[in-house]
Design a protein around this ligand. Structure first.
Ligand code: MTE
Ligand code: MOS
Length: 791
């Protein structure tokens, strides 16, 4: 048995298709989420935020007495109650109880009540006086006013001026990219309790329990060892619970320490939508030069992320955006500038892809837009610019396995019958005046690891009990992505026992300390490495125990399927027998595992280094049909080939690919966050704060024919059991939907028409793109057929 991280033994439990470990609980409603614990807890107080409905204002006076007069109100929490630091973030720019209202709906105090209704009425009774301040709502206003926060960053290579000067074809343009609401089914929730020793226990729907613990401790003026945070599971996080849960957990914990009673915070959907951060909207302006063959010679772009009122994760999101503008394309001369705008909106945060999608959108959009101007099919223009082996990313990292970009591309072209269907789409379009189809193919290359090297570490705790049963704990959180399922499979594989021998306990900071957020798609890579390490420590000890019983050398002992045997046959022991022997011989049956990703380095200021362990690759072909009267579209068929390495859990990975793609399609074509940018009383108000006004993808937006294939022979030598991360990369396969829509819009215009399509490409945006295509068609017809020219 080899001991390399990626080596998979005979009889492995990884790679087997099994359902999500909680699938039955999910679909029967039996799965417990944080807020379900409230009904099982005695004497809970409910917290309600005092949201101020001004876009930007200074609080000049606040009277809480009227709230205390409301029946059932127990207490009002204000800044004066904070024993530690009144801040909910890691950048110290997010006062938990602010004196400045920085966006419409900003909570300045919290009311605790015996019932949610009492707390709500209490919050309404709090009197807040404010003095209005000037505000900045849109990213354009921020750019005009020079309103920025955090560090500006640049990624560059080569000589852009020389590249542009040498280019046969030069273009410039702009793109505005919309944000996205996470719309996890479970809104933010926390439940805090204090024990007899003053120890604080917070149940939180958080992707980052360790950081929730740190923030709770600093708000309470406590040390980390006095605060424990547990996350049972989340009903979706999607990045929205990486940073945003901390302040809410701190409110619950503060309430609990002050009242001695359990305190619950659970945001309603409108509160969640108006108070918590979203995917960053971006503004981009660019200049690009191509040679005669359509190869990019130079690109200069300026990206502005709309960070909202505080920094939160905006700087790392921007860094990832800048590291993903290139996507799958070699750009010899490149200069990418990025900065974070400060606006009077919610503090925008992580969202699946973490800025990567916004960065890629810039180049994917301009390639789709400019292909006709270069006289090329969009797919051909993309292919001509792919990275090849030996090339480096603009930030200096070699593109490992660059050949996979072309291999995956060719594979999905073949499996989707791209050429045959292109011809069929052209025939359909010439036969239909008011309905057009579009077919597009786009690639994905996404870097895996946290940009910040220090975050790439993880821990695990594995116990084997005397009866041979196994309990594992790791630092990652479960948000539906199937991490726990994969970790069960990793442990069963590493111990050589059947899956049923292993159970998993909820994520807690007192079991595994100092964990990173479950984010950057690295949950399985990192925690899988740590779980495997803990299991292998135990196996090494058991090897000695079994060797003595079997009378062989320890090297020749095999653990597989719950049996312990010697190489070459002979006697066999059961797992339980070996465990019983080990206990009797006083051999420890418990181990703490640790893993850190090797080979990473990153200079965050110069934006140079090798921040990623490897890249995840994929490509998608999507066909859509667009209605010329309404701009509405249907996705007829999607074919995906995606690289997940040797899948740890194929059914889970398939779900991630499908779900990521649909979520990406939502971001690019449906979901439209609208903030009131007028000068009226509603200025800064989020107009889309419920499912009634915010269009989410659902079953009706699924491709009618959806085919997902994993790239074959994709073993990844540097990762646990040869697997690859899958959580975020598939989201960006959805560029193929938007590009297919662009193709369909182009079919309403004359040959060579360049389609400028707003993003998100909602039916309304599509309609206007069709209108401009038609207008150009009329011009083309009138100039080419003189008989029709009007006098
Ligand atoms: N899948 C589900 N069902 N729910 C989620 O909240 N979050 C995504 C992705 N897939 C998410 C999901 C995001 S943003 C990330 S970073 C990864 O899962 C995190 O989990 P992993 O590192 O275990 O892949
Ligand atoms: Mo994912 S955006 O890294 O939580």
């Amino acid at each position: 048995m080899s001991n390399a991280l990626a080596d998979t033994p005979e009889g492995a439990v990884v790679g087997i298709e099994i359902p999500h470990e909680s699938a039955t609980l999910h679909v029967t409603g039996a799965a417990l989420y944080t807020d379900d614990l409230v009904g099982r807890t005695q004497g809970v107080l409910h917290a309600w935020p005092v949201q101020v409905m001004h876009v930007h204002a200074r609080v000049t006076a606040m009277r809480v007495e009227p709230a205390l007069a409301v029946p059932g109100v127990a207490r009002v929490l204000t800044a004066a109650d904070v024993p530690g630091i009144n801040d909910a973030g890691v950048k110290h720019d997010e006062p938990l109880f602010p004196t400045e209202v920085c966006y419409m709906g900003h909570a300045v105090a919290w009311v605790l009540g015996e019932t949610p209704e009492a707390a709500r009425l209490g919050a309404e009774a709090v009197e807040v006086e404010v003095e209005e301040l000037t505000s900045i709502v849109t990213v354009r206003e921020a750019i005009d006013a020079g309103s920025y926060q955090g560090a500006a960053r640049t990624v560059s290579r080569g000589d852009v001026e020389a590249g542009l000067a040498a280019a046969a074809h030069r273009f410039s343009g702009e793109l505005e990219i919309g944000g996205q609401e996470h719309f996890y089914l479970e809104t933010h929730a926390a439940l805090a309790l204090v024990d007899e020793g003053g120890q604080v226990f917070v149940q939180s729907s958080t992707q980052h329990p360790s950081e929730t613990q740190e923030i709770v401790a600093h708000v309470l003026g406590m040390r980390s060892h006095e605060v424990t945070v547990q996350c049972l599971r989340m009903g979706g996080g999607f990045g929205g619970k990486e940073m945003q849960p901390h302040g809410l957990a701190a409110v619950a914990a503060l309430g609990a320490t002050l009242t001695g009673r359990p305190v619950r915070v659970r945001l309603t959907r409108p509160q969640d939508m108006t108070m918590t951060g979203k995917r960053h909207p971006f503004h981009a302006s660019w200049e690009v030069g191509f040679d005669d063959a359509g190869r990019i010679l130079a690109l200069r772009a300026e990206l502005t992320a709309d960070g909202g009122w505080s920094l939160d994760l905006s700087e790392p999101v921007l860094a990832r955006a800048l590291c993903h503008v290139d996507n799958a394309y070699w750009v010899p001369n490149i200069e990418l500038h990025g900065r974070v705008a400060k606006t009077n909106k919610t503090s925008q945060t992580a969202f699946r892809g973490f800025g990567g999608p916004q960065g890629m959108a810039v180049l994917e959009d301009l390639l789709g837009r400019l292909a006709p101007a270069l006289g090329l099919q969009a797919d051909e223009l993309r292919r001509r610019n792919f990275y090849g082996p030996g090339q480096h990313a603009p930030y200096g990292q070699p593109i490992r396995h660059a050949e996979r970009i072309t291999e995956i591309w060719e594979r999905v072209r073949a499996t989707s019958d791209y050429d045959g269907r292109s011809a069929a789409v052209a025939a359909f379009n010439s036969a239909h005046a008011h309905v057009k189809r579009g077919l597009a193919i786009t690639p994905v290359k996404f870097g895996i690891s946290f940009n910040l090297t220090a975050f790439n570490q993880a821990g695990a705790l594995v116990h084997v009990y005397k009866d041979g049963s196994v309990l594992i704990n790791h630092g990652g959180t479960e948000m539906g992505q199937g991490l726990h399922t994969k970790m069960l499979q990793v442990a069963a594989t590493a111990l050589g026992v059947p899956l049923g021998f292993v159970r998993l306990a909820p994520t807690r900071t007192d079991k595994v300390p100092n964990t990173s957020a479950t984010a950057a798609s690295s949950g399985a890579d990192l925690n899988g490495g740590a779980v495997q390490d803990a299991c292998r420590q135990i196996i090494e000890r058991l090897r000695g125990v079994a060797a003595a019983t079997l009378g062989v050398h320890g090297h020749d002992v095999r653990f597989s399927g719950g049996m312990v045997t010697a190489l070459g046959g002979g006697a066999a022991l059961t797992w339980a027998e070996v465990i019983a022997d080990a206990y009797t011989q006083r051999v420890s049956l418990s181990a703490a595992g640790y893993y850190r990703t090797e080979g990473l380095h990153w200079d965050a200021e110069r934006m140079q280094g090798s921040p990623f362990k490897y890249y995840a690759y994929g490509a998608a072909v999507t066909e859509v049909e667009v209605d010329g009267f309404t701009g509405a579209y249907r996705t007829l068929r999607t074919d995906i080939v995606h690289d997940v390495g040797d899948s740890l859990s194929p059914l889970i990975d398939r779900g991630q690919v499908e779900g990521g793609y649909v979520q990406g399609a939502g971001w690019l074509t449906l979901e439209d966050l609208r903030w009131d940018g007028s000068d009226g009383a509603g200025r800064g108000r989020l107009a889309t704060q419920a499912a009634s006004t915010y269009k989410l993808p659902s079953f009706s937006e699924m491709p009618e024919d959806f085919r997902v294939e994993f790239f074959a022979r994709a073993h990844e030598s540097g990762v646990v059991y040869g697997s690859k991360a899958v959580g975020e990369p598939p989201l960006m396969l959805a560029f193929s939907v938007r590009e297919a829509i662009r193709q369909a819009c182009a079919a309403f215009g004359p040959a060579g028409h360049c389609v400028d399509l707003a993003c998100p490409s909602t039916p309304e945006a599509v309609f206007w793109a069709i209108e401009s295509a038609r207008a150009e068609m009329r011009v083309a017809l009138s100039t080419t057929t003189p008989a029709h020219v009007e006098a």
